[in-house]
Ligand binder design. Structure first.
Ligand SMILES: [Zn+2]
Length: 359
């Protein structure tokens, strides 16, 4: 077997610069206090299951401080509570929330474009009905396992042209936030409680800022007359693993979590999309970078070392898949495995850079 190494070049350095900027912001005193203050008022833990599509950034779309909404990403936004790694993470999240006296919201999302079917979800062959069905299935799975008292699962659509959210209520009603005219808080909370009659009042209060933020965001998008090209696939980064919420510049990265039993398929699809972006000329960098990441919380002890092993294994596995399935991507691909400190969001590449070793 070939020895695999990081191969850090100009595109990887761009990724590192993005991380540096966000890590500095995230760990700044001001942002830390903002997050703390937000948490005091809105304690509900919010997790979102979404597609790896680089356009979907819920923190940006809802104008929520970094680190509040926890993203899980996979091809087509497909998840299954039967997948071992996903189940373990969700169970730990629920347990952590209970230990803090907090409730949980899981947003099961699908995405589409109202302007052009082909700007929809590639992971579901641009079939919005199928994408929605998969998200609804996941929501039902959460309901079945957790009930509604501690964990509330919500079906939620994301329309990527206007970046608006579409909430689906407990009785099937739909609420497209791009159509909201009266954004008075009282009116919005009444709408939410009508759609989710079984929802805890604190959870309703904690969903409200997401709704308000998305209404503001959608209005900004519609008044900016953003050109259509920004809405088409331009990604040049494949992020594999966990701890990528700092990589939140829209339309740069396809991100795949380490959850799917068929992760090889997701890597192949993402690799194909990246190659397509290069060949069609939409990717102005004409190259791509594979970034694998693993999270650690405790700086002391084995956690950072385990994270390094995880990032390395993911890198080597992904390269094996790409070499076999998308070989034409390899000559254009930089490679960077590393670890992320969950407290600061700082990404550190593994110190086995092929370019340095050759030099
Ligand atoms: Zn998608």
């Amino acid at each position: 077997m070939t020895m695999r190494k990081n191969n850090i070049g100009p595109l990887s350095n761009r990724v590192l610069a993005i991380n540096e900027k966000h890590h500095r912001l995230f760990s700044s005193s001001e942002e830390y206090l903002r997050r703390r203050a937000y948490r005091e008022i809105h304690p509900t833990e919010i997790m979102v299951g979404k597609c790896m599509d680089g356009r979907l950034n819920l923190a940006v779309m809802t104008e929520t401080p970094m680190g509040i909404i926890q993203p899980c990403r996979n091809l087509g936004g497909d998840f299954d509570l039967g997948w071992m790694a996903f189940q373990l993470m969700v169970a730990q999240w629920v347990d952590y929330s209970i230990s803090r006296g907090r409730k949980c919201v899981f947003l099961a999302t699908y995405h589409f474009s109202k302007g052009d079917k082909h700007r929809g979800c590639a992971g579901h062959n641009y079939d919005t009905g199928e994408a929605k069905k998969a998200a609804a299935k996941l929501k039902a799975q959460f309901d079945r396992v957790f009930g509604r008292s501690i964990v509330t699962a919500i079906l939620c659509g994301i329309e990527t042209d206007s970046e608006s959210l579409i909430f689906h209520g407990e009785n099937g009603e739909m609420w497209d936030l791009s159509t909201v005219i009266n954004s008075d808080s009282q009116v919005l909370i009444e709408q939410l409680s009508a759609m989710y009659p079984s929802m805890d009042s604190q959870v309703l209060q904690d969903l409200l800022p997401l709704v308000e933020g998305n209404i503001r965001h959608t209005r900004e998008i519609s008044s900016s007359n953003r050109p259509v090209i920004e809405m088409e696939h331009q990604e040049w980064i494949l992020g594999l693993g966990r701890g990528f919420d700092w990589l939140h510049t829209i339309n740069q990265a396809l991100i795949v979590g380490p959850f799917d039993l068929k992760i090889a398929k997701a890597i192949e699809t993402a690799g194909g999309l990246l190659l397509g972006n290069i060949e069609s000329g939409r990717n102005i960098h004409k190259g791509a970078v594979l970034v694998t990441a693993a999270l650690y919380r405790n700086e002391v002890g084995p956690e950072p070392l385990l994270a390094m092993e995880k990032a390395r294994s993911l890198r080597d596995f992904a390269l094996e898949i790409l070499e076999e399935k998308i070989p034409n991507l390899l000559p254009r691909l930089e490679i960077m495995a590393g670890t992320v400190d969950i407290n600061t969001r700082h990404f550190t590449p593994l110190a086995d850079n092929a370019a340095e070793m050759v030099a």
